[in-house]
Design a protein around this ligand. Structure first.
Ligand SMILES: Cc1ncc(COP(=O)(O)O)c(C=O)c1O
Length: 379
């Protein structure tokens, strides 16, 4: 059976050129970047070059990039690191109810440490209200963390507009751009962000790679203590092979971004059209206008998410719900719950997400199989 992978928002296959780029850093250039000898210097050179590539991809400066083990660490470093560094200025943080758990649970930890967190609501499209954000800002607000594009629905927030609103407020502005990086045009100066999180494994680099953009002058307390790597901000020997792959993945992504975005938008339309042609009813979850190209979240009311996911898996099609699966049953998605409450719609949602290797014929096949299975399960 030819399997079809349509869960690129969860993780993406490592590009063959990325694998190729990593190999020398396992075999000949395995030195520790902190070592003085030539092995160390080879590894250091890679870090310097990769940092330039990362910085350029978001119009930042190389010294504003901290390599991390991925999006989760970048989010934690931004949320906990920034709040801790600024706790004498205030103890109030603003975020949204639809963030990834890497931000939400980091905010929960801040609450354990006696910070106060405001969770902004979202509307039915998953968008926050600028008025609610404006009304939530206080003198003691030290950090605002709002994601660029949502991992479950693809809904995009108006980061630039939020950046303008926060321009005259001392709070730091962090955005989790893990899903948007590689598909949206991200310019940290235009967006007005102080901190921005990126993960490698969403753009065909290996798991365990990523970076946090930290605007020059922004204060950050480290989360881990040890060596003086990353200008004393992130202790620990760098993942050089991973970073070599990440660098290559970014280079590929920059060259193909426009093409990829257009292709995935076409896939979204095609999938929905195929479902309609198959006369299977579905509800679209999210925003048609403000959306990342690679994510499509739909509900098939009357069919439980976990039953549909398992049936699709048996048919060779890998998709997901954005929410966690605990002991064989789905927890209702906090993102969809924020948008629609807990109801049949949230309990029957699945996420298709597109990426490297997907073809039109796969999209059609996935849609036809989904329609067949949904019809059967609805009977
Ligand atoms: C929006 C968002 N933020 C953060 C993360 C966490 O990134 P990582 O898996 O690299 O730790 C993810 C991963 O799914 C994500 O989608």
């Amino acid at each position: 059976m030819n399997r079809i992978y349509m869960d690129h928002a969860a993780t993406s296959p490592v590009h063959p050129e990325v694998v190729e780029a990593m190999i020398p850093y396992f075999t000949e250039k395995f030195g520790n970047p902190s070592s003085i000898h030539s092995y160390g210097r080879d590894a250091r050179k890679l870090l310097d070059e990769a940092r330039i590539v990362c910085a350029k991809s978001i119009n930042a400066r190389p010294n504003e990039i901290i390599f991390t083990s991925g999006g989760t660490e970048a989010d934690n470093m931004a949320v906990i690191g920034a709040a801790t560094a600024r706790q004498t200025d205030g103890r109030h943080v603003i975020t949204t109810a639809a963030e990834h758990h890497a931000v939400l649970h980091a905010c929960g930890e801040l609450e354990n440490r006696d910070f106060e967190v405001t969770y902004l609501n979202t509307d039915e499209e998953g968008r926050i209200s600028m008025d609610e954000l404006r009304a939530s800002l206080r003198e003691d607000t030290i950090l605002v963390s709002i994601m660029y594009g949502n991992n479950e629905t693809g809904t995009v927030q108006d980061i630039k507009e939020i950046g303008i609103l926060l321009k005259d407020h001392p709070a730091y502005f962090h955005s989790d751009a893990v899903q948007a990086y590689g598909l949206a045009d991200l310019d940290v100066n235009e967006l007005g962000v102080d901190l921005l999180s990126v993960s490698g494994h969403k753009i065909n680099a290996p798991n365990g790679t990523g970076f946090l953009y930290v605007k020059e002058g922004v204060k950050l307390s480290p989360l881990a203590f040890g060596g003086e790597q990353e200008r004393k901000r992130r202790a620990g020997t760098e993942n050089t092979a991973g970073i070599a792959g990440f660098k290559k993945a970014i280079e590929l992504m920059v060259a193909q971004k426009q093409d990829r975005a257009e292709t995935y938008l076409r896939f979204r339309e095609l999938l929905m059209n195929e479902l309609r042609e198959n006369e299977v009813e579905f509800l679209y979850n999210g925003s048609f206008e403000h959306v990342l190209p690679h994510v499509l979240n739909v509900s098939f009311v009357g069919v439980k998410t976990e039953v549909l996911l398992v049936s699709l898996d048996i048919a060779g099609i890998a998709v997901s719900s954005g929410s966690a699966c605990t002991a064989g049953s789905m927890e209702p998605s906090h993102v969809l719950t924020a948008m629609y409450g807990t109801n049949e719609r949230t309990k029957s949602a699945v996420r298709f997400s597109f990426g490297y290797g997907n073809t039109e014929s796969e999209i059609k096949k996935a849609a036809d199989e989904t329609a067949k299975i949904v019809k059967r399960l609805r009977k």
